[in-house]
Ligand binder design. Sequence first.
Ligand code: ZN
Ligand code: ZN
Length: 414
Amino acid sequence: MPVAGPMGPCGPEPPEPEPEQMIRVLFPDGRVETMPLEEYLRAVVPAEMPALWPQEAVKAQAVAARSYAQYAIEHPRHPDADICTTTHCQVYNPAMIHPASDKAIQATSGIIGLFADKTINGIFSANCGGHTKNNQDVFGGAPVPYLQGVSCPDKGEQRGHGVGLCQYGARAFANQGYTYAQIIKHYYTGVSLGSITGPPPVQTSTIFGMVFNYTGQPAPNVRVVLTGPSHSAETTSQNDGTYRFTNVPAGTYQLALPDYGVVRENITTFPGQDLKIDLTIPAPVTVEITRGPGLPLIVGDWGTPNVSISVTPPQGGSFMVMTGTKLEYGPGGFEFYATEIGIYVLEIEVYRFEIPMNGQYTHLTFRKGVTPPEEQVRLVSTPMPRTQAENILQTELETNPATQGLFKVLPENR
Ligand SMILES: [Zn+2]
Ligand SMILES: [Zn+2]
């Protein structure tokens, strides 16, 4: 008879924690201290770049400094240490530790630049002067593919050797909305981002850009919707017209301004690649309807040819009509029979028009980018004795500049 024993452990054992990457740091007094790489970076990143610079620039600095340190671990720069605390290697100063640089280090934890699956030597300098330098021209030796000169958005005076990441340039890129991944890939040509240990982290993308209105001005407060197979998100454009979706998994997406019928299909992101997509709100289009004698046709000119119009008659049964098929009305001319009584719905590009039909020849004039003149109305009073009305007209309406000349007294039967 089996004996009931204590329950065994359920499920798999928790995975062994990754061993922490350690670095041997040489201090000016000759002491060598071995410490975790991520801890070491806390005192390096803020010593090399102001912690309160744009966060994406600080993250780029963290990735550059981590790559530089990891490269030093793999190729020690001192006889009994990987790296030293001075400008000979990277400045290490625990007094500078700052929450903002800690945040950038954590956000990029373990991420380094890789070239051909190998750790890059993530060297950097303060200001390249507008174009970074080739490593072989500054340090001699063989050209390193990812340390060749590239353009830089910061046109300041050169400070430092000018090879690799330019710190002022990184700041300029970050101010323009670029991510740290884009900054790293700009300064280190052909480099991808990966992890020191284990497989590369799941890399996500940022989809960002501007929303413009039809006159080309930034459009704030516009709903932007991103829809994909496993990830959907909604945001609203900022006061400067920018929008941003972060942490977007690789995949194919649709981006839309649902309030304006704007849809961009087949937006494909690749791991770690960011996409800038600007969206424009289309100009409003109004339709003016004129009727005349003749056959029960709807005719008009859309302005451009080869645009399909979806027509839904009152009793259903949609069909398509192409613009540019009836050039007598214009370059985007079209014509079709509309014999049913009721509302014909025309859908053209992002627009939808409802055309009431009663068997008459109907000509449509489309006006883009203009709003129709406001409906004309009359302000009518309730009936009252003539003397009271004339009194109000003279003492109130005619003495007020806002209403002067606008009103008159009419018999009730008018
Ligand atoms: Zn050194
Ligand atoms: Zn630069």
